[in-house]
Design a protein around this ligand. Sequence first.
Ligand code: NAI
Length: 266
Amino acid sequence: MKGLKGKNVLVTGASTGIGRAIAVRFAQEGANVAINYYSGEEEARQTQALIDQACEQIQGCGVKDQVIQADVSQPDDVANMFEQTLASFGDLDILVNNAGIQMQGPSHEIDLDKFDRMLGVNLKGAYLCARRAIQHFLAQAKPGVIINNSSVHEIIPRPQYVGYSISKGGLENMTRTLALEYAPQGIRINSIGPGATATPINDWANNVDERARVESHIPMRRVGNPEEMAAAVAFLASDEASYITGQTLFIDGGLTLYPDFLKPWS
Ligand code: NAI
């Protein structure tokens, strides 16, 4: 995709799922990729191996990759992660805020430490990374790109997942606020809003019956796959999207289209 070759990308939470697919996709586009992980160094190394494999299939790929441990909710970890990325690549062009967690429970009973953790990783973590990336873009007086991995639950209320819903709703406002604030400097900030995607975050991903139940609610009658999310991230980060900022691109098989209205009610 136009404008990605030779770029330096940092993807948070890239050891599994959508983050892994995003990291591999950027490498296939010829970008250098910093693979952040929180726990599970082995899984992060697998992402690196997939990048190397993907590159072998592309002649002259020659991208650099780097595995970096950090908890995105911790300012010192974030500072260190950026330091390591810049030390390895010399520059940063694209940040992908992908790291996220979800927890379930009746909203009147949610453990407050868990609530704080949810917002700490999904929202504050994304802000800490965006803040640091913008500081870098401004210091270099260069345009940069930030993509946040939000969710359809940015706009669809999700009972029993109040912390998750708040974090993704907050991400939408963060995307729009930062996009407006830094548009004059040529910094573009967008989000993707995945629908149900088969990754480790979802218990149904490896259960045939549960998965079929999830799919029955989706207008396109199937869940998404991480590569479909990664394709949208690559597009939004590329020069093909050079006039797009402050938007959320939903990739959800129609889930945000009020599926209940598919058949007439009366
Ligand atoms: P996943 O569980 O495979 O990926 C989440 C990643 O975030 C993991 O690699 C995990 O280690 C990392 N992470 C967790 N806490 C972290 C921390 N403190 N610091 C750094 N990394 C941390 O699941 P998936 O689906 O790939 O999730 C990626 C993003 O996609 C999340 O933000 C999630 O909310 C979002 N999403 C996923 C959907 C789905 O159906 N799978 C739907 C909508 C959004």
